[in-house]
Design a protein around this ligand. Structure first.
Ligand code: SF4
Length: 436
C-alpha cells in the first residue's frame, strides 16, 4: 500500500479540495500520512492568487528535489490553481515534478500516479463545466472534528479584471442542494458542530430553483446546535432575502465576509467589480439595519493599475466610515492573462503600493482594535474548537461574529458550546474567562 502526503496552500476552497483528494486516493487503496518523509507520494495543492504564493511553492519544490536524491522512487505531483495556470510548462521547468493536475481533474490522480511510477510524466488540466465532486465524501483534515468546510459551488463567472480564479477554476457551477444537505448531516452525525459553506461567490449558488438564501435556510434547519457560516460573498449579488434568513436563525452565524477591494468607484470600474462605492455602502446599510451586531470583514487591494492618491484616500475614508471588524489587505499583484494584465499597465510603483498598503493596514489595525475594545466585559457563546497555538492549557473558539476568543479550560470541552466573558483583548484576539 503506497502512502501519500498532501500539503495545502491558499484559500479554504483548496483545503476543502485536499479533503476530496484524500478521499479519492483512500478509495483507491493509498494510505494518507501527515509526514512527507514517510510518504511514497507527495502532493502539493497550490494557490496562484498572487505571485508570492507561487514563489513559496517553488521554494518547497527545491526541498523535494533534494529529498528525491535519496528517494529516487518518490513521486511528486502539483495540484491546484498554480498547476492549472502553468499547465505542462511547469513540468519542463521543474524536473522534480512527475505530474500536474488541475482542480477539475482530481478523479484522474490515481491514473497519473500509476503513469509516473512507470516514468511517464503527465498533466491533466482540463477544466469542466459540470464537475462538482458531489458524490465524493471528503475526508476531514481538521484534527479537532469541530468545524467542517462544505463546498457548495466551484469556479467563478465574475471575471474581476485583477483575478486569476476564473482561469484556474473555470466556470461557475453549483452542487445539488440534496448532496450538500447529506454532507452536512453526515458531518453533524460525526460530531461536527459547525459548517462553513464555501464558494468563490456563494451568492451566485443556484440549483433547480434553490438559491443561496434558501440553501442556507435548509442547512440551518438540520439542527439548531449546528452553527452555519459561509464564504465568500459578492456585493453585487448579496440579497435582502439572505439578510432576512440570517436574521431568522440563531444558528446562522452573524458574520459576513464581503470583499470591497477599493473605496473608489473609478477603480471598482477598472476592476470590473460591477458595483460602485455607493452600492457597497447601501449593502452594508441594509445588513446593519437588520443585523446590527453582525461583524463584517472585507478584502482590500492597494495600488491597482492607475490608482491615484485620491482613489487611495477614498479607500481610507471607506474603511473609516464602515469600521470593518477585520480585513485581508494586499498590494496589487499582476497575474498573467487576465483582463488587467492584457489591458492595463501595472503603473503604480512598488514603493507607492507598499506605502499605501501600510497606511491601510495601520488604519484597519486601529479599527479592529476598537472593534475588540467594544467587546470588553461582554459574554459570548463560544464553540470550543481546540487548544491555542501557544499553550495546551489554553483553549480557543469563536463567537457568532467569527472573533477568536482564548481562555483557560480543560480540553474535554472541545466541541462544546460554553459562555466566555471577555476580560482583555488585542487587535487580533479576545481573551476571556469561562463563565458556565
Ligand atoms: S468574484 Fe472576482 S475576485 Fe472573486 S473569485 Fe470571482 S473573479 Fe475572482
Amino acid at each position: 500500500m503506497k502512502t501519500f502526503y498532501i500539503e495545502t496552500y491558499g484559500c479554504q476552497m483548496n483545503v476543502s479540495d485536499s479533503e476530496l483528494v484524500v478521499s479519492l486516493l483512500k478509495d483507491k487503496g493509498y494510505k494518507h500520512t501527515d509526514n512527507y518523509k514517510n510518504s511514497d507520494i507527495i502532493l502539493v495543492n497550490t494557490c496562484a492568487v498572487r505571485a508570492k504564493a507561487e514563489l513559496r511553492v517553488k521554494g518547497k519544490l527545491t526541498l523535494y528535489k533534494n529529498l528525491k536524491k535519496s528517494k529516487p522512487d518518490l513521486t511528486v505531483g502539483l495540484l491546484g490553481c498554480m498547476a492549472q495556470r502553468t499547465k505542462d510548462k511547469l513540468l519542463e521547468q521543474e524536473p522534480v515534478l512527475d505530474f500536474i493536475v488541475g482542480p477539475d481533474a482530481y478523479r484522474d490522480l490515481h491514473n497519473l500516479i500509476e503513469k509516473a511510477e512507470i516514468g511517464q510524466r503527465a498533466a491533466n488540466v482540463i477544466l469542466s463545466k459540470e464537475e462538482t465532486y458531489e458524490d465524493i465524501a471528503p475526508v476531514r483534515l481538521d484534527k479537532n472534528g469541530v468545524s467542517a468546510f462544505v463546498s457548495i459551488s466551484r469556479g467563478c463567472d465574475n471575471m474581476c479584471s485583477f483575478c486569476i480564479v476564473p482561469f484556474t477554476r473555470g466556470r461557475e457551477r453549483s452542487r445539488s442542494d440534496k448532496s450538500i444537505i447529506e454532507e452536512v448531516k453526515d458531518a453533524f452525525a460525526k460530531g461536527y458542530r459547525e459548517v462553513t459553506l464555501l464558494g468563490q461567490n456563494v451568492d451566485k449558488y443556484y440549483f433547480e430553483e434553490t438559491n443561496f438564501a434558501q440553501l442556507l435556510q435548509k442547512v440551518a434547519n438540520i439542527d439548531e446546535k449546528l452553527r452555519v457560516r459561509f464564504s465568500t460573498s459578492y456585493p453585487q449579488d448579496f440579497s435582502n432575502e439572505l439578510i432576512q434568513i440570517m436574521a431568522s436563525y440563531k444558528n446562522i452565524c452573524k458574520s459576513i465576509h464581503l470583499p470591497v477591494q477599493s473605496g473608489s468607484t473609478r477603480i471598482l470600474e477598472k476592476m470590473r467589480r460591477g458595483y460602485s462605492r455607493e452600492w457597497y455602502l447601501d449593502r452594508i446599510k441594509a445588513i446593519k439595519e437588520t443585523l446590527p451586531t453582525c461583524s463584517i470583514s472585507t478584502d482590500i487591494i492597494a495600488g491597482f493599475c492607475s490608482e491615484t492618491d485620491e482613489d487611495h484616500k477614498e479607500t481610507l475614508s471607506l474603511l473609516e466610515l464602515l469600521k470593518f471588524d477585520s480585513a485581508f489587505m494586499f498590494k496589487y499583484s499582476e497575474r498573467p492573462n487576465n483582463y488587467a494584465q492584457r489591458n492595463y499597465i501595472d503603473d503604480v510603483t512598488e514603493e507607492t503600493k507598499s506605502r499605501r498598503l501600510s497606511e491601510i493596514i495601520e488604519l484597519q489595525s486601529k479599527l479592529s482594535y476598537q472593534s475588540n475594545e467594544k467587546d470588553m466585559g461582554k459574554t459570548f457563546e463560544i464553540l470550543v474548537e481546540g487548544t491555542s497555538k501557544r499553550s495546551e492549557k489554553r483553549l480557543f473558539g469563536r463567537n457568532t461574529q467569527n472573533k477568536v476568543i482564548i481562555f483557560d479550560c480543560d480540553k474535554k470541552i472541545i466541541g462544546k458550546y460554553v459562555n466566555v466573558k471577555v476580560t482583555s483583548f488585542t487587535q487580533a484576539t479576545l481573551l476571556g474567562e469561562i463563565c458556565s
